[in-house]
Design a protein around this ligand. Structure first.
Ligand SMILES: [Zn+2]
Length: 115
């Protein structure tokens, strides 16, 4: 017998956006309950390593901003529909890779930042 475990997350379960600098390992967690200023993600707030803004000028800042806005909009729309139709028309969740839950780095190697 083969047992397969699948993990899902609903948009209503999303609490924050987490960014980790590959250079200095600083971790930045931004609550989705507040507006996130995508401009502050251009560089690492700890070591100034480029994040969304690359030195040659290309940027994914707009894409990050669009993702955040679309995700919040969809989450709000799903919440409104759930309130209008308590028995539900459908449910929506994102399936996670089974490896997504494995964190192998010791907790002592990371630092948390607040903006
Ligand atoms: Zn950094």
């Amino acid at each position: 017998m083969t047992l397969q475990t699948k993990r899902f997350i609903e948009l209503s379960d999303f609490m924050a956006m987490r960014f980790e600098c590959k250079r200095c390992r600083a971790v930045l967690s931004l609550s989705l309950a507040t507006d996130i200023d995508a401009k502050k993600l251009r560089v690492c707030p700890n070591c100034t390593e480029p994040w969304t803004q690359l030195p040659e000028g290309s940027s994914i800042e707009g894409t990050v901003k669009e993702f955040l806005e679309a995700m919040k909009r969809l989450r709000n729309n799903l919440k409104t529909r759930a309130e209008m139709y308590p028995d539900g028309l459908f449910s929506f969740a994102i399936e996670l890779d089974e490896k997504a839950f494995v964190i192998t780095r010791p907790a002592s190697e990371k630092s948390e930042l607040e903006l």
